[in-house]
Structures are given as structure tokens and as C-alpha cells.
Design a protein around this ligand. Structure first.
Ligand code: 13P
Ligand code: SF4
Length: 301
């Protein structure tokens, strides 16, 4: 029996579902029950009545699913599939900023750990950050941990968005450079440029569309353009090409790979299902507060 068949068999036996992020390897996207961006995957985890959720992504995403679904078992196939950006914002750092700005609401990108989320007022993703900040009755917000996303939200809302920490970033999206995009634009003059808001302002400035991973997929589908230069992790190209076989997608930087997302393999998904590992555990005292911030986001966006 092939590995893919073994996974399908185990999934059925255990009433499991496989949720995969848009950055997962092509072979994982192809066997997943659902492929999406971080907010879509969180929603899906709540809708599914499966007992077991294999969350093929990185830690903070699986953690959000566990926080939102206390009755379900959430598995992260690869131990240590960490998002370095999530590690950049500690609880102590949030507390320090709260002391400096006691009346200012704290908005945290979902790319944070549960313990950090438990200290914020509301969460957001790259798909709804602007809406979330606009919904708050405050002209100033503390926003972490991605500085580029914070600046993007400030430009879009006109509010004062204070990045916490001052320097948070995604190591993969930082690799995109406006010069490389310009080279590709010269090569494909009719191409549309799409970028994730984790890219620098300089890259966003030379882009025609800035949005979350699934928003880029929707943009490419409805656009009349034939060629797209993509400023995001290379895994997204698989979905883009699959959904738009007649269009051309070119990565804005050939080395844009998130090594943590790529830790997940079909083998690890199989072992995860078979041995029910690695179970994501969030203490209820932390989960209770973090859940409030996540649910508030769903109410707004
Ligand atoms: P999305 O919410 O757009 O899927 O982004 C998550 C992420 O980690 C991007 O690097
Ligand atoms: Fe984190 Fe960047 Fe990887 Fe997204 S691409 S999971 S932000 S390191």
C-alpha cells in the first residue's frame, strides 16, 4: 500500500482531518482535506467534527487550533516546526509596553504563542489586521510582533501603530528585495506583483497587490493578468499553479523557503496519525484568555 493510501486509511479509522497551510509541500497540499491561510485554517478547525486534527503547518497555528478546540486532539507532525517570528515577542516584552502605554489596546498577530495572546486585547491575521485595528475605539495601538505588518496597518488605517518589539520580522519574507522584483518586472513587463505584508515596505511599494496567502490566491484567480511575480514563501506556488494552470507564477526570490514549514513531510504526517504525535497542549489557564482574543477577532472580521 502506498504512503498516501496508508494515510487515507488511518485518517478514516481515526476520524481525523488534515489541515495544511498554503506553504506546505505540494504532496501534502494534495492529500490535505483543506488548504488555506492561518485564519481559514483556524476557522476550519472549529467547523470540523473530527476527533483528531493533524495540523500541517508551524507551532503557533496548531496552538491556535488547540486553543479554539479544547475538546479535540490537535497534532503537529514535526517537533520543533517553529515560527521564529512568534519567538520574537515574549510576555515580559508585552508587559513592558503595557506599562509605557497603559490605556493603549494590544493587537497581536496570530504569529505569537498562546502565552502572549493571553496578554492582548484582540488577535489578527494578515488577512484582517486592517479591519481589526479599525474596529478599535483608539487612535493608537500596540501591535506585534511583525514590524512590516504594523507599518502596513498604520499606512492603511492612518492610526498610530506602535510595533512591539520594535524590530520583529519574518526571516523568509525579509529575503525579498525590490531590486530583484524590478529585474523580474523588466523580464515580464505585463506581470502583476503580489506580496505578503510581512515583506518590507520597499517590496510592498513595487507590488500591485498586498495580502495574506489566500488573498493572493483569490487575487490571482480573478485577475485578467497572465503572469504574476510572487513575494511570499515558495509553497504557495503549488496552489497558485494548480488553481490557475493557464497562468504563470514566478517567485520574487528563489530562496524564499520557510525551513520550519518544510519540516512537515508525508512520512511525518503518517507517523503523526499512527502514533498520535505531537499533541499540542495549552494549559487551560492560558488558553482561556488567548481564546477570548481569538474569538474577538472572529467577531470583528
Ligand atoms: P497567512 O495568514 O497569510 O497564511 O500567513 C501566515 C504566515 O506565517 C506568513 O508567513
Ligand atoms: Fe513564520 Fe515567516 Fe515561516 Fe510564516 S514564513 S511561519 S512568519 S517564519
Amino acid at each position: 500500500m502506498s504512503l498516501v493510501d496508508k494515510i487515507a486509511k488511518l485518517k478514516k479509522e481515526k476520524n481525523a482531518v488534515i489541515l495544511a497551510h498554503n506553504y506546505q509541500r505540494p504532496e501534502i497540499q494534495d492529500i490535505a482535506d483543506y488548504v488555506g491561510d492561518s485564519i481559514e485554517l483556524s476557522r476550519k478547525a472549529m467547523e470540523e467534527d473530527a476527533e483528531l486534527i493533524v495540523f500541517s503547518a508551524v507551532d503557533f497555528m496548531a496552538e491556535s487550533a488547540a486553543i479554539l478546540n479544547p475538546g479535540k486532539k490537535v497534532l503537529l507532525p514535526s517537533l520543533g516546526a517553529r515560527c521564529p517570528m512568534a519567538q520574537m515577542l515574549t510576555v515580559d516584552e508585552i508587559k513592558r509596553w503595557k506599562v509605557r502605554y497603559p490605556q493603549v489596546p494590544v493587537v497581536l498577530y496570530v504569529n505569537t504563542f498562546g502565552a502572549a495572546k493571553a496578554h492582548c486585547d484582540i488577535c489578527c491575521t494578515s488577512a484582517n489586521a486592517v479591519e481589526v485595528v479599525e474596529s478599535l475605539d483608539s487612535s493608537t495601538v500596540l501591535f506585534g510582533p511583525d514590524r512590516n505588518l504594523a507599518e502596513y496597518v498604520q499606512r492603511k488605517t492612518g492610526k498610530t501603530v506602535i510595533p512591539i518589539p520594535e524590530w520583529g520580522f519574518c526571516p523568509t519574507h525579509l529575503l525579498f528585495q525590490p531590486e530583484d522584483i524590478q529585474v523580474l518586472k523588466a523580464q515580464y513587463p505585463r506581470a502583476m506583483v503580489m506580496a505578503h505584508p510581512e515583506c518590507s515596505f520597499e517590496v510592498q511599494r513595487v507590488s500591485d497587490f498586498v495580502g495574506s496567502t489566500s488573498q493572493m490566491c483569490r487575487y490571482a484567480k480573478q485577475s485578467g493578468a497572465e503572469t504574476f511575480i510572487v513575494g511570499s514563501e515558495e509553497g504557495i506556488l503549488h496552489r497558485l499553479r494548480k488553481e490557475n494552470p493557464e497562468k504563470r507564477f514566478v517567485l520574487g526570490y528563489d530562496g524564499a523557503v520557510c525551513p520550519n514549514m518544510k519540516l512537515n513531510t508525508l512520512d511525518r504526517i503518517y507517523m503523526s496519525l499512527k502514533e498520535e504525535r505531537h499533541v499540542v497542549v495549552v494549559p487551560e489557564s492560558v488558553a482561556r484568555q488567548a481564546r477570548k482574543a481569538l474569538l474577538r477577532m472572529f467577531e470583528v472580521a
